[in-house]
Design a protein around this ligand. Structure first.
Ligand SMILES: NC(=O)C1=CN([C@@H]2O[C@H](COP(=O)(O)OP(=O)(O)OC[C@H]3O[C@@H](n4cnc5c(N)ncnc54)[C@H](OP(=O)(O)O)[C@@H]3O)[C@@H](O)[C@H]2O)[C@@H](O)CC1
Ligand SMILES: Nc1ncnc2c1ncn2[C@@H]1O[C@H](COP(=O)(O)OP(=O)(O)O)[C@@H](O)[C@H]1O
Ligand SMILES: [K+]
Length: 521
């Protein structure tokens, strides 16, 4: 149930279903029924006045069906059409014909003395920005403050990207059909949809075998079978040894957060490494986490020669500059799985881009004369030249510094970046996207807004490292980490600070453990 289909793929699902013998009119009838059922839940009783705003395509057709069904059970329903009734085609024209009362022009006046609005203006067929009269109507709906139920997607939201094309309706609830679309989960679409209901309208699951969707909404079902739980008679090294590279003395907090994330995620052993002043500070702060004074690319290479040290995180609090570049390149030469976060990414940024990296890079250029290895292509070549996986965890700023302005939706940008770099990409934010070089992608939807707090990204990078240490495959480890991180933040609730995240993780893991199929414990 976690597959996500673009509007084009949904259209294909529709065509395949019709080719299998189900008439389009039946699909529309069931879609309209699903809309009417949710609308009824949003009303205060049978005399509620409902405005159904219909557009010129099949989204409008769903609106006509919902209007008729709601009227049949006693609601006071008015139907308003954008455009001319004579211009309606196919199933939508048929459903309009079955509406027994007058159809008025959809103008802002339609909203007067209404209680609920059903938005059936544009759905999967939105093909350009909404302008002119239609835009005026959308703005009037939003200004009215009336509750809105959107059919398929709020009109103006691009179902593929979640972007607003011109203007868009802000809905309280949205009913969509068969499967969600990326636009229901990607911002700002996610915000504009309100609560999303997915209705079964008779499209068979078998269409997925033809469509082979490569995009999913994050959920344990996707990765739980790759999760490595402790086994009877196991050794701590069976659960891997995560190495967290600390930055200098005044930036050690980030490494500590990462290390606790890795340990709580189940790594058997976690060691923080850094220079002697940094590690002296860290040693006073940690107990079950080990600390070793290992500093510089050469020493890191030596340290990672022991293949039990099988997952490394570098970046949180690392500082931007040539030393971090050298450390990253040394780590990438090892056989360990690697997580690159924060400064480890910015250190390879394209200096043409704005922001911190440009400044840091100017200093570097002044000292070195040329950019040397500090450029995205060097990083990507080093990643592609190794066997073990790399996960990169940029937020939008870090992403842009490495990959520039890529075209397309957040999913498309993350996929392109994964392909270009050879790494699994966790493109963070409210709607974090995880993408693999082979094209698989996941949108995460369980992160509460209070997860946006200093240092929470460091904990996430640590959780990924902890799961990689346990030899979980990289795409699954990245997806599981993002989900666990969001779930831990939700379990803690408002008031969360990054330090709290690792300590709520056991609660989340215990629930997963209890729910997993018997015999796998
Ligand atoms: N697929 C399924 O499984 C099922 C789908 N169903 C339903 O069908 C919906 C998709 O229907 P759809 O393809 O007819 O597209 P829809 O969203 O009504 O819009 C197309 C119309 O809008 C117009 N138009 C577009 N953009 C515009 C703009 N900015 N400003 C002005 N006009 C604009 C466009 O004009 P054109 O581009 O052709 O000039 C065309 O006339 C889907 O969301 C779901 O609700 C269900 O019934 C059951 C099964
Ligand atoms: N509005 C939001 N809602 C939910 N999660 C968010 C939001 N904004 C950011 N996040 C998450 O919070 C974390 C912040 O990480 P990051 O940007 O690296 O910050 P820091 O460097 O302070 O740790 C990421 O996991 C990101 O996905
Ligand atoms: K709509």
């Amino acid at each position: 149930m976690n597959e996500l289909l673009t509007p084009a793929e949904t259209g294909e699902a529709d065509r395949l279903t019709e080719a299998g013998g189900t008439p389009g009119l039946d699909l529309m009838a069931r879609a309209g029924k699903a809309v009417a059922d949710v609308a009824a839940l949003m009303t205060r009783g049978p005399d509620t006045r409902i405005a159904v705003l219909c557009g010129p395509g099949n989204n409008g057709g769903d609106g006509f069906v919902a209007a008729r069904l709601l009227r049949n059970v006693g609601f006071d329903v008015r139907v308003f059409l954008l455009g001319d009734k004579s211009a309606l085609k196919g199933d939508a024209a048929e459903m309009a014909r079955r509406w027994p009362l007058p159809i008025r022009a959809a103008t802002p006046d339609a909203l007067q003395s209404m209680y609920l609005v059903i938005d059936a203006l544009f759905g999967a067929g939105l093909s350009r920005p909404i302008e002119g009269d239609a835009a005026e109507l959308v703005e009037a709906v939003n200004a009215s403050g009336l509750p809105v139920l959107a059919v398929d997607v709020p009109s103006g939201v691009d179902g593929a990207s979640g972007e607003v094309r011109g203007v868009a309706i802000k809905a309280r609830r949205t009913v969509t059909f068969f499967r969600k679309k990326p636009g229901h989960l990607l911002m700002p679409g996610r915000d504009l949809c309100g609560e999303v209901t997915v209705a079964d309208i008779g499209i068979p699951e078998s269409v997925l075998e033809t469509l082979k969707p490569r995009l999913h909404e994050n959920a344990p079902g996707i990765w739980i079978s790759d999760f490595n739980w402790p086994t009877d008679g196991g050794h701590k090294y069976d659960r891997g040894h995560a190495v967290i590279v600390s930055g200098p003395a005044l930036q050690t907090g980030a490494a500590r957060l990462g290390a606790r994330g890795a340990l709580r995620a189940g790594a058997g052993v976690v060691t923080i490494v850094g220079n002697s002043t940094a590690t002296a500070i860290i040693a006073t702060q940690v107990t079950s986490i080990m600390v070793r004074s290992v500093s510089g690319a050469k020493a890191l290479s030596e340290f990672l020669r022991d293949q039990r040290r099988n997952a490394v995180l570098i970046g949180p609090g690392a500082s931007v500059g040539p030393d971090t570049v050298a450390d990253v390149l040394a780590i990438l030469k090892s056989s360990a799985s690697v997580v690159l976060d924060a400064d480890a990414l910015t250190s390879f940024a394209d200096p043409e881009d704005d922001g911190d990296r440009a400044e840091a890079s100017m200093g570097f250029l002044a000292r070195n004369g040329d950019r040397g290895p500090a450029q995205p292509s060097t990083l990507f070549a080093a990643i592609k030249g190794r066997q073990a996986p790399v996960v990169m965890t940029p937020h939008e700023g870090e992403f842009k510094r490495l990959f520039g302005e890529l075209p397309g939706s957040k999913v498309e940008r993350a996929r392109t970046a994964a392909e270009q770099s050879g790494a699994v990409i966790i493109l963070k934010g409210t709607d974090t996207v995880i993408a693999a070089p082979d094209g698989r992608a996941i949108i995460n939807s369980n992160a509460p807004s209070w997860l946006a707090t200093a240092g929470s990204g460091d904990v996430l990078a640590g959780i990924v490292t902890g799961l990689l240490a346990q030899r979980m495959p990289a795409f699954e480890a990245a997806s599981a980490a993002v989900w666990l991180h969001g779930e831990a933040a939700s379990a803690f609730g408002i008031g969360l600070i990054a330090e709290d995240l690792p300590d709520v993780l056991p609660k989340v893991l215990q629930k997963l453990y209890a729910e997993k199929p018997r015999g796998r414990r």
